[in-house]
Write a protein that binds this ligand. Structure first.
Ligand code: SF4
Ligand code: SF4
Length: 417
């Protein structure tokens, strides 16, 4: 189930707060946006679903709170200057989508879209975003990445990997790496293992290398629509000029942007190549026996559903199919999984502006993972990986952290175990 199944009359990025007036008045104050579905709860400790509300414990931090803030702003009950803490209410949201998922199922409303539209209005009116977010936007505007890293460093991860540079030679498939894994050498393994798996399966793979541009996902979530529109148009032009037939990315933020956000931008041409997340593509290659997992990897693992892969895009089964295809892997599920999964805390700009909150949220996920008895936490998102890695370094409970494709490489390579 994904909340993209319904099509609004206007494209999402065309909508203003006033378009949500009826919806925000209709909030039932039922609190389903804060809790797991009743039929799914297994313990009090892991029964909640909104990281921001769980941490700060007052209702403006919840999805319901965003609905009421929007209503009050629309009806003139308050103005920006009346509530300086308002930026914290709307920007501690990790954009995990849990409130949206539960509210859509039970009340047919969209608290996360309301919050993202609130953010866009704050940015447009000059009251947002947070200073830490302005630095990300400046990075994208001047360096094509939010981390303000030089473009010349963007392809360093690929020095040991057989992949074409699309600036020099054509390829059928674009490997869209994304800024976070490309520039953080502790995450290079994500890009390297994905590229190696696809290469060994015979995929004609190319990258933009130094020319790659941020997908714009962090900028869209922060609420700077104008910068996001510019980025989206540049990416579509670059992709169409390259002549690639399909795009594969392992970053759920890039995947959501390319596949679901770009079509919601008014006036943009349709992206012609098909867009795949690496998990769905590699699961298919395993089914077709173009990748064979012949090595045993003896490990008890639990899978963390990245919010932007699961709830936002509906991909829950593909990574689990991959794990089950690896001999020796025992998958033990956490209490909150799939569309009820607990967020890692790293998304939506929360890690940039509220690092302590982001870490506290990751620590709660690690506690949930530890309760399963698994030796390792496996996921596939650079933001989740980074945030969980930092939290694991703090807690030092012996739990390992793997990117899904690290395990696929171990299982499929002839020379390595
Ligand atoms: S689940 Fe929806 S209707 Fe219920 S309180 Fe939350 S936002 Fe309001
Ligand atoms: S998107 Fe997630 S963090 Fe934000 S309000 Fe909804 S449940 Fe809370």
């Amino acid at each position: 189930m994904t909340y993209y199944e319904k099509k609004p009359e206007k494209k999402f990025f065309e909508k203003e707060l006033v378009d949500y007036r009826d919806m925000v008045w209709g909030c039932a104050r039922c609190n389903w946006c804060q809790n797991q579905w009743g039929w799914n709860v297994k313990s009090a400790e892991f029964s909640e679903i909104c990281p921001a509300f769980h941490e700060f414990r007052i209702f403006p931090y919840s999805g319901m709170g965003k609905m009421h803030i929007a209503r009050a702003l629309l009806e003139g009950d308050f103005d920006y200057d009346d509530a300086p803490e308002m930026l914290d209410f709307i920007y501690t949201c990790t954009t995990c989508g849990a409130c949206e998922m539960n509210c859509q199922r039970l009340q047919d409303k969209e608290p996360l879209k309301v919050n993202e539209t609130l953010r866009a209005q704050f940015v447009r009116d000059g009251f947002g975003p947070k200073p830490e977010h302005k630095r990300l936007i400046t990075g994208v505007q001047h360096y094509d990445n939010p981390w303000m890293q030089p473009r010349s460093q963007r392809d360093r991860w690929a020095r040991t990997v057989p992949i074409k540079d699309l600036g020099r030679e054509p390829a059928q498939t674009l490997f869209f790496v994304g800024c976070t894994a490309a520039f953080n050498n502790t995450l290079w393994k994500m890009a390297q293992s994905t590229a190696m798996i696809l290469h060994e399966a015979g995929i004609d793979l190319g990258m933009f290398g130094k020319q790659e541009i941020c997908c714009g996902s962090p900028i869209a979530r922060i609420g700077d629509r104008e910068t996001f529109f510019t980025i989206a148009r540049r990416n579509i032009d670059l992709i169409h000029t390259s002549g690639v037939r399909q795009i594969i990315t392992f970053c759920p933020g890039c995947y959501r942007s390319l596949k679901y956000d770009y079509p919601e931008v008014p006036g943009l041409p349709k992206l012609k190549p098909a867009v795949y997340h690496a998990a769905e593509y590699i699961a298919q290659l395993i089914d077709e026996e173009r990748i064979t997992c012949h090595n045993t990897v003896p490990l008890k693992v639990t899978w963390h559903d990245p919010c932007h892969l699961g709830r936002h895009c509906g991909i829950y089964e593909a990574p689990r199919r991959i794990l089950r295809a690896i001999p020796g892997i025992e998958l033990i599920e956490m209490e909150r999984i799939k569309d009820q999964a607990w967020c890692c805390g790293g998304g939506g700009g929360a890690r940039a502006a509220y690092p302590d909150f982001a870490r506290a949220t990751a620590l709660k996920r690690i506690a949930e993972a530890q309760k399963t008895g698994a030796q390792a936490l496996v996921t596939q998102c650079p933001f989740c990986e980074q945030n969980l890695m930092d939290a694991l370094a703090q807690v030092q409970n012996g739990m390992q952290l793997f990117d899904l494709n690290e395990l696929v490489i171990r299982a499929s390579q002839k020379t390595k175990k």
